[in-house]
Design a protein around this ligand. Structure first.
Ligand SMILES: O=C(O)c1ccccc1NCC(=O)[C@H](O)[C@H](O)COP(=O)(O)O
Length: 655
């Protein structure tokens, strides 16, 4: 039986997880060549699943990784306990939907006007929960947390609140004072403050990086310039613990030059009680998250006031307009806009821009252009979720956002320091980056991974979790990995769920004019593809099949892209013909005598490209072999020396 609502777990340390995947080809426009595949540090272009089940990767006993959910179980994962790595299933009590619903009702109990205080709550009308209401994922998690805490407090083992207060004071005496979240952010202006998140797993993504150690990861974040470390302390869905957070606080304090030059620590929890706030403080938090979507206004205000009574400034999270109104009325000052709708797991990076407009329309000041302007602003605006690049940071810099909170992409990064440096938090770094690489998304660091030959939803999910950008499904009958329309549909469904989207991804590809050169067109397409495939896309692979068949599969399965592998001409890889943008496979010309790539291979490719394809994919130069069948030894591709990373990149920069 669980003693407290969270407990320390023993987790395996970072381990490189090698796979038997085979490198088969490269998008010249997009990627770099590599020689090994690390599941958590993908650096290749296209990878074939090569018959073996990808699912076995995540169930590799040596990595002790048990998938948090499979796609088929995803919808029911909220109430499942099999996400628990080292704790036994029975460690977690289960609650009936009625128990969960009444837990949420309990939050409105202290309100003198439930209809008003609960006006923004999902499934409520006039302060009363619709009896047929099905709890959203966010509500189910929050209600479970409420019930877990109730059990803990009734168990007789809970630390009493007055003891937590003493513990907090002694913590501050030993490890230094509390940091104020708003001040930490304001002091960074005009640099974007970064909240780097420690999140091993999540309900929307399943396992992310279960092997990581909280203290070690946080220290890497801190050394790279993170100003806040956000730590998920929820155990069932996020595999977190309060102990993780304390470890983060202690490690980053020990390694800091002084007790105040450390990053602030944010407890990321489903907080609904004063007890959780005091507990957070006693265990090393500087601040906590309050999610407006599950907190009635009167309770939100009570919790904000309780936090401030200890000098803590909380991060108040909103998503919808009415939630912003509730946050302002409850007295929030640091407002975080979650781009992810936590009721539905739909991601939209425009959400922050929309809320910024609403704040301005209400005359609320928030400015991050310099420290004085920031300190004179009542509000500090933060963007949460879905970000991974300098482009994301810059879009929010332009609307006076002061802090970006980034989780998944930093947890998956092979080197968090490099990933953080690449965000260009300082506007000067951004300007330098733009000036040195010509202002494009298309930089020497650009990497996309395509995992091809996927046949099941579970394998697709594993590939997505390992960081794939493109998931290939093969429609070529002679392939061992040829899929039916139903199989492809299941893969599309899984990939969309992982990417938190419901529709086909529309790439922001600029239409070529007659004057557009194929190379500049491919370069701008590369930017669009890179931006869109941060959340994976599904590519249907075809070979000499009719445009009618291709379009039929595109429409019925919901493919995002197609890839043409046969002797169809370059012009066949046209969006108007295929229904979606198309990648054209291009053979690297081989020297008939040596069997190696010809010296003029690059020029031949340059001569052949048109503005039709979205991208070109360079096929192996092995004589008689085509992509997908080349042996692993072809990794030592006999490409001309100059046909390496830089040339692949410059190939598309030439105008
Ligand atoms: O991430 C989830 O799936 C999730 C589900 C339900 C409630 C909260 C959830 N996540 C919390 C967050 O919003 C993110 O951890 C955080 O903002 C970072 O997002 P990202 O950079 O996209 O990992």
């Amino acid at each position: 039986m669980l003693d407290r609502p969270q407990r320390q777990r023993t987790l395996p340390r970072r381990a490189n997880c090698t796979t038997s995947f085979v490198l088969i080809a490269a998008f010249s426009s997009l990627v770099v060549f590599g020689s090994s595949v690390a599941a958590w540090a993908p650096s290749l272009l296209t990878v074939s699943s090569r018959g073996s089940s990808l699912t076995s990767l995540s169930r590799n006993p040596s990595s002790s990784v048990i998938p948090l959910y499979s796609t088929t179980e995803q919808a029911s994962s909220i109430n499942s306990t099999d996400n628990n790595m080292s704790n036994k299933q029975e460690d977690y009590p289960q609650y009936t939907p009625e128990q969960l619903k009444s837990a949420l009702d309990g939050l409105l109990e202290g309100s003198s006007d439930p209809a008003f205080d609960g006006r923004h709550l999902f499934g409520y009308e006039n302060g009363i929960q619709n009896p047929n209401h099905e709890l959203s994922k966010l509500q189910a998690i929050t209600a479970t947390r409420i019930r877990d805490y109730e059990r803990y407090l009734q168990s007789g083992k809970a630390v009493q609140e007055q003891d937590l207060v003493k513990q907090m004071q002694s913590f501050w005496q030993t490890h230094g004072p509390l940091l104020n979240l708003q001040t930490v952010i304001q002091e960074q202006a005009p640099r974007m403050a970064l909240a780097a998140e420690f999140k091993r797993a999540s309900p929307s993504k399943g396992n992310i990086a279960v092997h990581l150690n909280a203290g070690e990861q946080a220290q890497q974040y801190a050394a790279a310039g993170a100003n806040i470390i956000s730590v998920l302390t929820e155990p069932r869905w996020f595999l977190g613990s309060l102990e993780d957070m304390t470890e983060v606080r202690l490690t980053t304090t020990t390694n800091a030059a002084s007790t105040t030059s450390r990053p602030a620590v944010l407890r990321k929890e489903f907080t609904t009680s004063k007890y959780q706030i005091t507990e957070a403080l006693a265990n090393g938090a500087d601040t906590i998250l309050l999610i407006v979507a599950v907190l009635p206004q009167h309770l939100l205000k009570e919790l904000i006031d309780h936090a401030r009574s200890f000098g803590m400034e909380p991060l108040v999270e909103v998503h919808a307009d009415v939630e912003l109104e509730v946050a302002i009325q409850a007295g929030a000052k640091v407002i975080g806009v979650n781009n992810r709708n936590l009721h539905t797991f739909q991601m939209d990076l425009h959400t922050t821009e929309h809320v910024a407009e609403q704040l301005m329309a209400q005359g609320c000041t928030f400015d991050h252009s310099d420290p004085t302007a920031a300190q004179n602003s009542r509000y500090t605006l933060c963007a949460l979720s879905g970000m991974s690049t300098a482009f994301d940071v810059d879009r929010y810099r332009n609307i006076n956002v002061g802090m970006c909170l980034i989780g998944e992409s930093l947890m998956r990064a092979a080197d968090p320091k490099v990933a953080i440096a690449g965000l260009c938090l300082d506007p000067k770094d951004w300007e330098n980056m733009r000036n040195t690489v010509g202002g494009g998304a298309y930089t020497a660091g650009t990497k996309l991974v395509k995992v091809c030959g996927i046949t099941t939803a579970d394998d697709a999910l594993v590939a997505c979790q390992a960081g794939a950008n493109l998931i290939g499904v093969i429609f070529v009958p002679k392939s061992k990995r040829c899929v039916t329309a139903d199989q492809a549909m299941a893969v599309v469904k899984a990939v969309r769920a992982f990417g938190e989207r419901t529709n086909r991804e529309t790439l922001a590809v600029t239409k070529p004019t007659e004057a557009t050169s194929p190379i500049s067109q491919l370069t701008s397409n590369a930017q669009a593809l890179e931006a869109s495939s941060r959340r994976p896309l599904v590519v249907g692979v075809f070979q000499n099949q009719s445009p009618e068949f291709i379009r039929d599969m595109v429409d019925s399965c919901g493919l995002d892209l197609v890839q043409l592998h046969g002797s169809e001409g370059m012009e066949a890889a046209n969006k108007e013909i295929c229904g979606v943008p198309a990648i054209r496979v291009v053979d690297i010309a081989t020297d008939p005598e040596t069997g190696k790539a010809s010296e003029n291979a690059v020029q031949m490719i340059l001569n052949s490209v048109t503005t039709d394809p979205l991208a070109i994919l360079l096929d192996t130069a092995i004589k008689g072999e085509t992509a997908g069948v080349a042996p692993a030894s072809s990794l030592t591709m006999p490409l001309p020396k100059r046909f390496k990373t830089q040339d692949c990149l410059s190939l598309l920069r030439v105008d």
